[in-house]
Design a protein around this ligand. Structure first.
Ligand SMILES: Cc1cc2nc3c(=O)[nH]c(=O)nc-3n(C[C@H](O)[C@H](O)[C@H](O)COP(=O)(O)OP(=O)(O)OC[C@H]3O[C@@H](n4cnc5c(N)ncnc54)[C@H](O)[C@@H]3O)c2cc1C
Ligand code: FES
Length: 285
């Protein structure tokens, strides 16, 4: 079989933008070249391109924004993203209508390691759940059991549960105000969950605010488990040129999230320093 180039630039056609919870939406885009290449845990740089559909809005925003693959339908040539609307780039995506054109670059990043057996534990805070449905689907079809702990501030902000269940995962929800599922942050609920695991999970992956990742990594280290984390740095290029996505490495020096990650063994990154640098709150987003 002919080998496909690693990444592509593609003009994707928007199929739908649908708000799923306040301030967050699902974006479905027809982008066959990207869909054929994307693997669980990878991301694309995505930019609304009004100029490409004859609009007069110009080039803003100039840079694409990194978004994890929330779903990829290889047969239908469709990729989907779960988007938290935070600023100019994601607002432009939320304003898209069917037929609009997006510029997509990717897939980038290393993705999560394969989990083929035993029990995989996924820990997600807020929109950090975005990369996990494809991860869960791949793990379940390879023979692993998957349990996902999904945290949010309150019931209306819980994301990704249906997609994780559709992928074959067992889902435990927690909310900070107790309005859905167990009461507390993922770091409150994780110790109870680990106690109930019996032999324990064989692998664990986490994605969410850096202030969540550091204590999650400590808890899992105490449980003797290696955690892989997906980090969300600000990115200029997405493929190793601008050096804008550097994070402090645990052994000194820096790692680049786009090239070396976005998935890292938690012990490779100084997660406490990342949380301090990015000034993230402790709340699940
Ligand atoms: C590998 C990777 C995968 C990602 N996957 C997703 C995803 O699937 N869904 C999703 O909604 N977001 C994801 N993000 C985060 C997303 O890229 C940012 O939220 C987005 O770039 C913000 O762009 P903006 O122009 O809308 O906001 P900006 O105007 O750039 O910023 C608005 C506000 O958001 C904060 N912010 C910006 N970028 C980030 C960031 N990377 N992390 C935390 N806070 C940020 C800013 O400090 C500012 O306060 C991912 C990031 C990375 C690196
Ligand atoms: S985003 Fe440019 S080097 Fe990582």
């Amino acid at each position: 079989m002919r080998k496909l180039p690693d990444w592509v630039q593609e003009a994707g056609r928007v199929l739908a933008w649908r708000e799923v919870v306040p301030g967050h939406g699902r974006l479905d885009v027809r982008a066959p070249a990207l869909a054929a290449r994307a693997r669980p845990g990878q991301f694309a740089m995505v930019r609304a391109a009004p100029a490409l559909r004859g609009g007069a809005v110009g080039m803003a925003p100039f840079l694409g924004r990194p978004l994890s693959f929330f779903d990829m339908d290889t047969t239908g040539g469709v990729v989907s993203f779960l988007v938290r609307v935070t600023g100019e780039g994601t607002r432009a995506l939320a304003a898209c209508r069917p037929g609009d054109v997006l510029v997509l670059l990717g897939p980038f990043g290393n993705g999560f390691p394969a989990a083929n057996s035993g029990t995989l534990l996924l820990v997600a805070g807020g929109v950090g759940v975005a990369p996990f449905p494809p991860v869960a689907r791949a793990a379940v079809s390879a023979g692993a059991r998957v349990t996902a702990l999904v945290g949010a501030r309150s019931a209306p902000l819980v994301l990704g549960v249906r997609e994780l269940r559709d992928a074959g995962a067992e889902v435990v929800v927690c909310t900070e105000d107790g309005s859905r599922g167990r009461c507390g942050m993922v770091t409150d609920v994780l110790p109870q969950l680990l106690d109930g695991f019996g032999a324990g999970p064989s692998a664990a992956f986490a994605c969410g605010p850096p202030a969540m990742l550091a204590p999650v990594a400590r808890l899992l280290e105490q449980a003797g488990l290696e955690l892989h984390v997906s980090l969300e740095a600000r990115m200029g290029c997405g493929f190793g040129v601008c050096r804008g996505c550097a994070v402090p490495a645990a052994r000194g020096g820096y790692l680049h999230v786009c090239q070396d990650g976005p998935v890292f063994p938690a012990r490779a990154v100084d997660l406490e320093a990342v949380a301090r640098l990015w000034g993230a709150g402790t709340r699940a987003r």
